[in-house]
Design a protein around this ligand. Structure first.
Ligand code: ADP
Ligand code: ZN
Length: 745
């Protein structure tokens, strides 16, 4: 017998399976990991197929050294997925297979944990006889009594009852009364999430209707759904009910959330409802815990998995359903190699495994909604909030007018008034300042010099009143003291520019002295469980006003929040990206949706210098449909995705000259490819060698060839050829092909 093995080396030249002989007596199955000789080294690989015959001549044939586990680490469905993803990404399958298992499993960096365990080796009667015969009693008899029910017990546990039992255990083992062996144990992650009991809601009519569409698909051949429900419509309950049906049908479910740390409530419910059949995969798990959770899933002991995007590859037994909550979030795109869109991977898995896919959002991505309209997904709409809670009232504050009236505060008079009233009623408020650190840059008012990071072409961030006046880079983490004079002209008018979350917090504290506030942004959440602590501070009511960046917009459900303020809407609208309008609309709608979720009505104030902007008024009316239609038209007319693909060849090098030279070579080579293939060239709309907006990042110079293409098989063939071209190593530079990346900086 022979087997085909994908060796765990990522290189174009070895991007195919190799044939190995299976030694007499070794049993292997596809998906199993093996150690094989490769050149003069021993390498790990994955068996893709077994064959009876081979064309490889016997003297060239080498034999499998040993299996790495006694089971197939990668089940057949995931083998197929890895192959499909490799083809789509134009990359070796060795690379996509790595997605399918915990990283530390490769290279034998992690092993099952074992524990010395003792177990009775004789019958109960014989053990009792031995106790009677041994008149001296002591430890020996105590141990035998502890083990007399026949259950194995870890030695560690016996030590709690009997002092220093090891010598006595050894004797018992020698006498044949007990066996001592290494038993495998699971590292179960201690939960940092509390468990919350199932509230046992009766579904509303809207929820029941949605569920009634999903259940037949679950019992049948699967299907794909887009669950579009306004904020507070109770989408979570719909898919929790669907998960329960999945489990009682004997199948498994995967629930994906944008980021585990930002969804503590969902995780708590989840643990409370599903208990030990649930696995929660998050970034704070140790390597051992992650490995053991993965094995619990692989064995079918854990049947519901909740996690961020990589959990889409969980090797669950009998997949019944995948839920993607807040499907519009950009965290579902994996920008690192091999690149993937979690939503596409999930759809492919569900189709192959006859499972149900549910994409849920109050503000679906343009792409997903367009697909639903085309009929690729069944559209389920929930236009009303649970318990007839109204959607919050949204007002727009014109900041130009504020300035005219002499109000120089970052808070409009309307927002100030609303905050005062909210505080007087002892309710809670959320203020969104979606200005990331790099906006509050430091510049010289005399010569215009801007303090930039020495490693990156990005301005340093100033943190008002904190961090001992240090400037920090949000891309590479470097820091420097605030200069007292301008490094360029020597002038003294060097100051920070613009406001961030800290500035907003200061103004709120001045406006409402004594009202406790809490801030959630890049800086306050960096520590261990930073998010959790801040949210707890707010949930408990100790803090009454939460001020934060876009991270506060996600999925939070605080019934005491009656006021939401968007401090500077323009910042979200003016980012240099074709998706900025989509993201701005999502952000405003999501954050507005945090207000009025309990029995108290909600109020939202959006501050802007441009009230006539359509996105602002769609968001104010919370009219997703109108926004979608307008944005869809804009994308079609401007030839943006999903009508086209944006792609680039990105070159990065510590040396500018090398980056320049290689990008020119890439540009030329790409053009030559198109010259050779006129049928491809027709599908490429534009292709220019034009530097990216950030030309220096983390110590590397960056150049790019930017392309806009039609969506077509020819385009894919072209990208495939390009991938092959850039796969060769480049001296002193790294070259990437990025198709529809999440950011284009
Ligand atoms: P969404 O995700 O659609 O914004 P959630 O799932 O967070 O909405 O639900 C909003 C609120 O309504 C939550 O506090 C939830 O506990 C509550 N809720 C959901 N379904 C019901 C129900 N059937 N009866 C009563 N309350 C419900
Ligand atoms: Zn930097």
């Amino acid at each position: 017998m022979y087997c085909q093995v994908i060796v765990d080396i990522v290189h174009e030249n070895v991007a195919r399976p190799f044939t190995y002989l299976i030694p007499e007596g070794m049993e292997l199955s596809p998906g199993q990991r093996v150690a094989v000789p490769f050149g003069r080294m021993e390498k790990e690989g994955v068996v893709t197929a077994l064959t009876e015959e081979t064309d490889v001549s016997p003297e060239k044939l080498k034999a499998v050294i040993r299996p790495l586990e006694d089971y197939a680490a990668i089940p057949p469905e995931l083998m197929l997925l890895a192959r499909e993803m490799a083809e789509e990404n134009h990359c070796p399958m060795a690379e996509t297979l790595r997605l399918m298992m915990p990283a530390q499993m490769r290279g034998g960096r992690i092993h099952p944990k074992t524990e010395k365990t003792a177990c009775l080796a004789v019958s109960r009667e014989e053990a009792e006889k031995a106790i009677e015969e041994n008149k001296r009693g002591g430890k020996r008899n105590e141990l035998l009594r502890l083990l007399s029910d026949g259950n194995p017990r870890p030695v560690r546990e016996l030590e709690a009852h009997v002092k220093d039992p090891r010598e006595a255990l050894k004797k018992l083992h020698q006498d044949g009364l007990i066996t001592l062996y290494d038993a495998e144990t699971m590292r179960t992650p201690g939960s940092s999430f509390e468990e919350v009991q199932d509230p046992g809601y009766t579904l509303t009519a809207g929820q029941q209707e949605a569920l009634d569409e999903i259940l037949p698909a679950l019992a049948g051949d699967g299907g794909a759904f887009l669950l579009h429900g306004v904020t507070g419509s109770g989408k979570t309950e719909v898919f929790m009910a669907a998960v329960r049906s999945t489990l009682s049908a004997g199948k498994s479910a995967i629930i994906l959330v944008p980021e585990i740390a930002l969804t503590p409530q969902m995780v708590s419910w989840f643990r409370g409802r599903f208990g030990s059949v649930a696995a929660v995969i998050h970034s704070r798990l140790s390597a051992g815990e992650r490995y053991d959770e993965w094995r619990r899933i692989r064995r079918g002991e854990a049947r519901v998995v909740i996690g961020a995007r990589s959990a889409v590859f969980s090797p669950v037994r009998k997949l019944g359903m995948i839920v993607i909550d807040e499907e519009h979030e950009s965290t579902y795109l994996n920008d690192r190699h091999p690149r993937y869109d979690t939503r596409d991977v999930a759809l492919s898995r569900c189709r192959r495994e006859h499972a149900v896919l549910i994409l849920a959002s109050a503000t679906p991505s343009i792409l997903s909604f367009a697909r639903a309209r085309r009929g690729d997904y069944v559209l389920l709409e929930m236009p009303d909030r649970v318990n007839d809670h109204p959607l919050p009232e949204v007002e727009i504050a014109d900041m130009r007018e504020e300035l005219e009236r002499g109000n120089r505060s970052v808070l409009s008079r309307a927002l100030q008034q609303a905050l005062k009233e909210c505080a007087a009623r002892k309710e809670q408020a959320i203020l969104l300042m979606n200005r990331r650190g790099y906006h509050s840059f430091v510049s010289c008012r005399s010569c215009g010099y801007v303090v930039k990071c020495p490693n990156c072409d990005i301005s340093m961030t100033y943190h008002i009143g904190q961090n001992d006046g240090m400037l920090r880079c949000h891309y590479c983490g470097s820091a420097m003291p605030m200069p007292s004079a301008c490094p360029s002209c020597g002038g003294e008018y060097i100051k920070f520019f613009g406001a961030g979350t800290q500035k907003v917090e200061e103004e709120v504290q001045k406006l409402l002295p004594g009202v406790p506030t809490v801030r959630m942004d890049y800086d306050t959440t960096s520590g261990k469980d930073g998010h959790g602590k801040i949210l707890e501070e707010f949930r408990s009511g100790r803090a009454r006003i939460l001020i934060g960046t876009q991270m506060i917009a996600k999925g939070l459900d605080f019934p005491q929040v009656t006021l939401v303020g968007v401090v500077a809407a323009d910042l979200a609208l003016n980012l240099p990206d074709y998706r900025s309008r989509e993201r701005a609309f999502q952000l405003f709608t999501q954050v507005a949706g945090r207000a009025g979720r309990g029995s108290l009505p909600g109020r939202v104030i959006i501050q802007t210098y441009k009230p006539e902007d359509q996105v602002i008024s769609f968001a104010a009316r919370q009219d997703y449909r109108a926004f979608f239609e307008s944005e869809f038209r804009r994308r079609r007319n401007g030839l943006y995705p999903p009508f086209t693909k944006l792609a680039r060849i990105l070159v990065e090098s510590p040396q500018e000259a090398i980056a320049d030279r290689i990008v020119r070579e890439m540009d030329t080579a790409a053009r030559e490819l198109l010259d050779d293939h006129p049928e491809w060239r027709r599908k490429i709309l534009t292709m220019i060698n034009d530097p990216p907006s950030v030309q220096f990042l983390r110590g590397k110079h960056r150049r790019q060839v930017l392309m806009k293409t039609l969506v077509s098989p020819e385009t894919e063939a072209f990208f495939g050829e390009l991938s092959g071209m850039i796969a060769a190593p480049f001296e002193g530079a790294e070259v990437y092909l990025e198709v529809n990346p999440t950011t284009m900086i």
